[in-house]
Design a protein around this ligand. Structure first.
Ligand code: NAD
Ligand code: UDP
Length: 363
């Protein structure tokens, strides 16, 4: 196949390239201004990187040619970091909606299969949270089903939902073109993929607030306390990036089954509160370093406003129904959270623990 991957230099893109370029003969053309995570593939004859933003005017003809000659377009390009949703909302909306619009239109024009990376935030908060059922007694009020569950999100002053709204609009645009123009599509709703190379470690190779894995890992590496936002009661299910990539490969191998569907990609068995995740990560780090004192590593509580600023609102729980992925793709994740963390945190430890943080260098 000829595969076009937009945002191929990020976390998911880098793992997808690892898999596709080592186990298949597919020809891949990618776009991403960032290439640090995919350096090892730059000389591969089956891979061409356009080191540009997809909306860069200089690259529009190349992009059109790639879509015209491609069998499938996988769009991963996005700003997808919750700390930006309420602090950088216009860029978030542009990146997740308006920059994607021309890509969708190109796929419609050439009738090319679009695998559109969306988000579990397309469900917003659970019905349980809105009716005040914090014991989550009724699965009908919290389980996320692709073709049944409504989107519930807070008011516009809670800018957290800029991202969810933009992604949801793209889902609707893609679906409308499917119905009206026969656009072949697959929507992927990832539920917290974890693995090596996710985001960056603050004060080492990036500034700002990354997603929770890199926040907690950065705290452990930099000697700062791990911070629980609003007590760390939010729940997430964590799935291994390797199993998530398996799901994407199964879609590529079975276009007739993947076409026309939205899929939840997550692991129901790996659900934790953020407080449990912090505890599990400090215990895992004690194992990796052989230093038992990490088991009691400091964890502090901070308010969402303090941590993210005004307008943050959390998704309380994300428990995916994955029966569609199971039935249509034969995909079922098995890697336990403990193993995901051991593998991922060992990578971060090996990659960063030897390097001093800037403050230490200055001293
Ligand atoms: P990431 O931030 O690691 O990667 C995104 C990549 O897109 C980056 O390398 C960035 O440089 C690139 N990019 C951004 N704007 C671009 C543009 N205009 N042109 C070209 N490249 C551009 O994110 P990720 O975790 O790999 O996520 C990929 C997709 O999956 C995103 O659409 C995201 O919303 C979705 N998603 C991921 C998760 C997860 O658990 N990782 C969860 C929910 C949704
Ligand atoms: N979170 C936290 N401490 C941190 C970073 C994040 O408690 O240092 C919480 C955040 O409030 C949310 C969860 O961890 O409840 C997951 O956040 P993430 O940024 O990974 O993205 P999300 O799953 O919300 O898309």
């Amino acid at each position: 196949m000829n595969i076009v991957i937009l945002g191929c230099g990020g976390f998911i893109g880098s793992h997808l390239l690892d898999r596709l370029l080592t186990t298949t003969d597919h020809k891949i053309i990618g776009w991403d201004p960032e290439s640090s995570k995919i350096q090892k593939h730059l000389d591969n004859p089956n891979f061409t990187l356009h080191q540009r933003y997809v909306d860069d005017p200089e690259t529009q003809q190349d992009l059109r040619d790639a879509v015209a000659n491609g069998d499938v377009v996988i769009n991963l390009a996005a700003i997808c970091n919750p700390s930006e949703y309420n602090t950088n909302p216009i860029s978030v909306i542009k990146s997740n909606l308006f920059d994607v619009y021309p890509i969708v239109e190109l796929c419609v024009e050439y009738k090319r299969w679009l695998i559109s990376f969306s988000t579990s935030e397309c469900y917003g908060r659970t019905l349980s949270s809105y009716v005040g059922d914090t014991s989550y007694e009724n699965p009908d009020l919290y389980e996320l089903k692709e073709d049944e569950t409504p989107l519930i999100m807070g008011p516009i002053v809670n800018q957290r939902w800029t991202y969810a709204c933009a992604k949801q609009m793209v889902e609707r645009l893609v679906y409308a073109h499917h119905k009206e123009d026969g656009l072949p599509f697959t929507v992927v709703r990832p539920l917290n993929f974890f693995g090596p190379r996710m985001d960056y470690i603050p004060q080492r190779d990036g500034d700002g607030v990354p997603r929770v894995l890199a926040c907690f890992m950065g705290a452990l590496l930099n000697g700062d306390p791990m911070k629980l936002v609003d007590g760390g009661k939010a729940r997430r299910t964590i799935v291994s990036i390797y199993e998530a990539v398996d799901a994407i490969c199964r879609m590529l191998d079975n276009p007739e089954k993947a076409n026309g569907h939205a899929f939840n990609i997550g692991n129901r068995n790996n659900e934790v509160t953020m407080a449990e995740l912090a505890d599990l990560m400090r215990k895992t780090y004690a194992k990796i370093t052989g230093d038992a004192s990490y088991e009691d590593y400091p964890i502090i509580e901070v308010s969402a406003e303090e941590f993210y600023g005004e307008g943050y609102e959390d998704c309380d729980r994300r428990m995916p129904d994955i029966s569609k992925a199971k039935e249509l793709l034969g995909w079922e994740p098995k890697i336990a959270l403990e193993d995901v963390l051991l593998d991922t945190m060992t990578y971060f430890h090996n990659e960063y623990a030897g390097s001093m943080k800037p403050a230490q260098v200055a001293e």
